[in-house]
Each structure stands twice: as structure tokens, then as C-alpha cells.
Design a binder for this molecule. Structure first.
Ligand code: ATP
Length: 195
């Protein structure tokens, strides 16, 4: 059975930090494929909806992953109305292949608040790219969830970029070629995104 990584995010826009996380975890864990799944909107970021339209975020993900054949695009969260819950997506996918959740360490503090998280981690085991081998655990974390997080924490070199910082640089008209792949930057400029 194929080992598949599920990588959800708003990708507003996608950057080298995302690509580095996915590649490092793929190589370390022997994943056959990684599926990038842009969310329509994040249930935990309701006060801050994505800046770029869904079709632009999808296009930028496609451009960024194009050089890596084992990286794929999944559009089912964009095709579905309302906020994107990972459990709903994983339920729809889990019959085919063995799924793993690709996560950055910054999402872990909120992880216990994810919809049906206990069920989610049984359908897709989390792999958490972290600067350290031992991370802080989420508030309200059950002993089972704690075990899953500790087991899935993988120390990798991270690239310290956030989409928030990137958007701010784009607004200020600062150079961003060191933060995003060139085709993504060209797309951003061509469509005057994040101005
Ligand atoms: P924002 O700054 O808008 O909150 P973000 O850069 O954190 O965005 P998201 O699309 O919200 O990007 O993140 C999706 C996933 O990618 C999350 O699991 C997050 O932890 C991870 N991630 C984001 N940036 C990095 C990075 N530089 N290194 C490792 N993981 C990252």
C-alpha cells in the first residue's frame, strides 16, 4: 500500500518553508507521495480569512510543486463549501493508501482543538517537523494524543518563513525571491496579488 502524506494549509501563498517541510518529512519517513491540499478557509483562523482567492492559491501550489513528480495537488477542500476540516477530507481519502498528516510544529499548540482529533490521528498518523525532538504539548491534550504527538515528532532543519511575513514583504514591495519559487513570485506579480 502506498504511503501518502496529506499536507493541508491555507498556502496564502505557498513558500519554501512549506516545500522544505514536505520534502524533509517525505524523505525521512519514506512517503511515496505528498498531497498538498489548500483549504477554502481554516476553522481556527476565522477572524483572518485567506487574502488571495481560492483559485489563485491553488494555482500557486500547482506552480510550486510542478518540478517534484511525487508532490500532488488535492482540490477537494476548495471544491467544498465552508471551513475545511481535515477529518472530513481524510475520511473521504482514507480508503486508498496509508495516510500521514504533514504538520509544522506551530500548529501543535492548537491541535487538541481540531475537529474529532482523536479519530483523525487513527486515520492519518501525524508527522510533525520540529526544530527540537521534544515539543511543547497542546493545552487539553489527552494521554493518547500526547503519545501520538511524541511518536510523530521528527527533528528536521526548518526554513523560518511564514506566509504572514511574506505577505507583509509583498505589501511593502520588498524582494521575495529568497522566500518563494520564481514561478510563484511571477504569478503573484502578474496578478497583482497581496498589494
Ligand atoms: P500564515 O503565516 O498565514 O499563518 P503559514 O506560513 O503558517 O501561514 P499555513 O498555510 O497556515 O502557512 O501552514 C500550513 C502548514 O505548513 C502548517 O502545518 C504549518 O505548521 C506548516 N508551515 C508553515 N510554514 C512553515 C515553515 N516555515 N516550516 C515548517 N512548516 C511550516
Amino acid at each position: 500500500m502506498k504511503k501518502k502524506g496529506f499536507f493541508g494549509g491555507t498556502f496564502d501563498p505557498i513558500h519554501f518553508g512549506h516545500l522544505n517541510l514536505a520534502l524533509q518529512l517525505q524523505e525521512r519517513c519514506g512517503l511515496d507521495e505528498v498531497y498538498f491540499c489548500p483549504a477554502r478557509s481554516s476553522p481556527l483562523k476565522t477572524e483572518q480569512p485567506p487574502t488571495a482567492a481560492a483559485h489563485h492559491r491553488r494555482e500557486m501550489v500547482e506552480l510550486a510543486i510542478a518540478p517534484i513528480p511525487s508532490f500532488k495537488l488535492l482540490t477537494l477542500e476548495l471544491d467544498r463549501e465552508g471551513p475545511s476540516y481535515t477529518i472530513d477530507t481524510i475520511r473521504a481519502l482514507s480508503r486508498e493508501g496509508e495516510w500521514y498528516l504533514i504538520l509544522g510544529e506551530d500548529v501543535i499548540h492548537d491541535f487538541a482543538r481540531w475537529k474529532e482529533v482523536e479519530q483523525l490521528v487513527t486515520l492519518a498518523r501525524p508527522l510533525i517537523g520540529s526544530r527540537t525532538s521534544k515539543m511543547g504539548l497542546p493545552i487539553g491534550c489527552s494521554p493518547q494524543l500526547q503519545k501520538v504527538i511524541e511518536k510523530g515528532t521528527i527533528k528536521i532543519p526548518l526554513v523560518d518563513i511564514s506566509s504572514t511575513e511574506l505577505r507583509q514583504r509583498l505589501i511593502r514591495g520588498q524582494y521575495c525571491g529568497h522566500l518563494v519559487p520564481e514561478p510563484v513570485l511571477s504569478y503573484i506579480n502578474q496578478h497583482a496579488l497581496y498589494r
